[in-house]
Design a protein around this ligand. Structure first.
Ligand code: SAM
Length: 206
């Protein structure tokens, strides 16, 4: 309720491509970051003068196009699903952002992280059951004082709900594990935020 109040006051997205990508995602049930979540990330990018981003989980490239359009950063994003990859590629071309966004079509757990270089921001937004693995694997690619942001820590409020379905319960329990894991990482200052679908912000101690 109070969140709706704030969202109503906030400036609405006007970029036609971003608006149409959000409608497409809604219509085709593609999970993309909330308006609140992407604005939070864009503010961090500006405040920390972030130049390079590694995103795990591209989907239709909504978040990467948003970050690239609103900031002067270059983005590498990894997507394992071939259909999503094709949609993402087309959308990046539509946005004329081929020079700013590189999409890798592969499973992020199989990509050789040593080939990717280093980044100021790691945005983890892929399979929610694997967030610990993505964090462990790609934290080595962070520059000094780099930042890791992870989305969907609340998993549409299911993380605090009573769940009957066994598979869903297992998934939610992995998200709960990640949330406790991420705040316990001694090489990072981490805080979990109740914004969007729940996000963690971890700043590397250097
Ligand atoms: N970041 C996107 C946005 O906000 O516009 C949304 C990403 S969506 C929540 C998650 C995506 O991660 C899906 O398209 C899924 O196919 C992809 N994915 C899941 N596990 C993956 C993995 N191991 N490697 C690469 N991509 C993965």
């Amino acid at each position: 309720m109070s969140n709706d109040y704030l969202q109503n006051i906030n400036v609405k997205e006007t970029n036609e491509l971003l608006v149409s990508l959000r409608s497409f995602a809604l219509e085709h049930k593609v999970p993309i970051i909330t308006e609140e979540g992407i604005n939070f990330i864009n503010q961090i990018i500006k405040l920390k003068n972030i130049q390079t981003v590694l995103e795990i989980g591209t989907a239709i490239a909504y978040s990467s196009i948003n970050m690239a359009l609103k900031n002067n950063c270059s983005i590498t994003t990894i997507e394992r699903d071939i259909d999503m990859y094709k949609l993402a590629k087309d959308n990046v071309i539509k946005a004329s952002l081929e020079n700013q966004i590189r999409i890798i079509n592969d499973d992020a757990l199989l990509v050789n992280e040593h080939d990717l270089g280093t980044f100021d921001l790691l945005f983890i937004d892929a399979a929610k059951s694997q967030s610990i693995k993505f964090f462990e694997k790609y934290k080595k690619n962070l520059n000094p004082n780099g930042v890791i942001i992870t989305d969907n820590l609340l998993f549409h409020d299911l993380v605090t709900a009573e769940i009957k379905d066994r598979n869903l319960r297992q998934l939610v329990s992995k998200i709960d594990k990640f949330n406790k894991f991420v705040v316990a990482q001694e090489d990072f200052n981490t805080y979990l935020y109740n914004l969007g679908d729940g996000m963690s912000l971890s700043i590397k101690k250097d």
